[in-house]
Design a protein around this ligand. Structure first.
Ligand code: DON
Length: 312
């Protein structure tokens, strides 16, 4: 719900207050350590950017420091796949919360190679396959798209991150081959994984990510360039999926505490939106046991608590 009083709040003061109150949480949590590129970040870092549909922007802390967006990028690939395949997409990937870790293999066998939703790794790999099978230059097109929606033409993939993801990505490779055995991956598995690891390795800062989500806060049309990236109906579906599946098996707790559709990544970023108003990105590398930024989720909880603005 958007209270008209709150829209004119002193946003910078609220964000500064959150930045102060979040400090005890910044050293909590555990930095992702499955590859050295993720492990070698300052755990205490914290950044936050809030951008409005009307063009206002407010930031705090390490908001201009680049981090690895990881699973946040699944929103970019899903936007691409959704615009290619429309509702055909849902024949190949489900729309239900998984209730299992994001990289689980077990559920996939029970459900005959059809992933529960597009945000668990298996689902994002099917989405990657849809993009690889339909785009001219899958990764370059996606990078161009991300540059356009974030308004930053310098956004790029961190090559070391990409190579490490690829080198240590055995579980993702297993998921891809397993789904190929069910006929749910059309393209060459290596090409699909290269695309998936590529978009996960995008390096961006809080402001970039917040701005890149603004089209989802504005019914699929980016307010800064007036371009329609998803129809209003597709944007509604994307946001519903973000609310129910965007933070994995912690999505219920996240919705309960924060009350915004959001997407997390193991790099410590979380992007979230209030339809019709704004998008936010928070970043702090210490993760909770589900793989979501601990201080980041707390900061978003403080944001909706202090402002009284959430989707409910
Ligand atoms: O596929 C992986 O395991 C990583 N590249 C992305 C995982 C991720 O960010 C899950 N998020 N919380």
């Amino acid at each position: 719900m958007v209270d008209s009083m709150a829209i004119d709040a002193d946003w910078q003061s609220i964000i500064n207050e959150i930045g102060q109150e979040i400090q005890p949480y910044q050293s909590a949590g555990k930095v992702a350590d499955y590859i050295p590129e993720l492990e070698n970040v300052k755990k205490e870092a914290f950044g936050m950017s809030v951008v409005f549909i009307d063009g206002r922007e407010f930031s705090f802390g390490d908001s201009d420091v680049n981090f690895s967006v990881q699973s946040i990028s699944k929103v970019y690939s899903l936007t691409k796949a959704f615009s290619f395949l429309k509702d055909e997409l849902w024949k190949r990937v489900g729309k239900e919360p998984s209730g299992n870790p994001f990289n689980s293999l077990i559920q996939l066998e029970h459900e005959n190679g059809k992933p529960r939703n597009p945000f668990i790794n298996a689902g994002a790999i099917v989405v990657a396959d849809c993009v690889v099978s339909n785009a001219n230059q899958p990764l370059n097109d996606t990078i161009d798209f991300v540059r356009e929606i974030s308004g930053n033409k310098n956004i790029a993939i961190n090559e070391d991150m990409f190579l490490s993801e690829k080198h240590f990505g055995h579980r993702n490779a297993a998921l891809a081959h397993f789904m190929k055995s069910y006929g749910n991956i059309e393209s060459d598995v290596e090409a699909v994984l290269n695309y998936y690891f590529g978009h996960c390795s995008l390096s961006m800062n809080c402001r970039d990510v917040a701005q890149s989500f603004l089209f989802l806060a504005n019914h699929g049309r980016h307010p800064y360039n007036n371009q329609e990236y998803l129809t209003a109906s597709q944007a509604k579906r994307m946001n519903s999926l973000l609310l129910t599946c965007g933070t994995y098996d912690a999505a219920g707790d996240f919705a309960f505490r924060v009350g915004m559709p959001g997407k997390s990544g193991v790099g410590g970023g979380i992007a979230a939106i209030i339809p019709g108003l704004l998008s936010i990105c928070v970043w702090s590398p210490g993760l909770d046991k589900y793989g979501n930024s601990l201080a980041g989720a707390k900061a978003l909880e403080l944001f909706t608590t202090k402002t009284g603005i959430s989707i409910f």
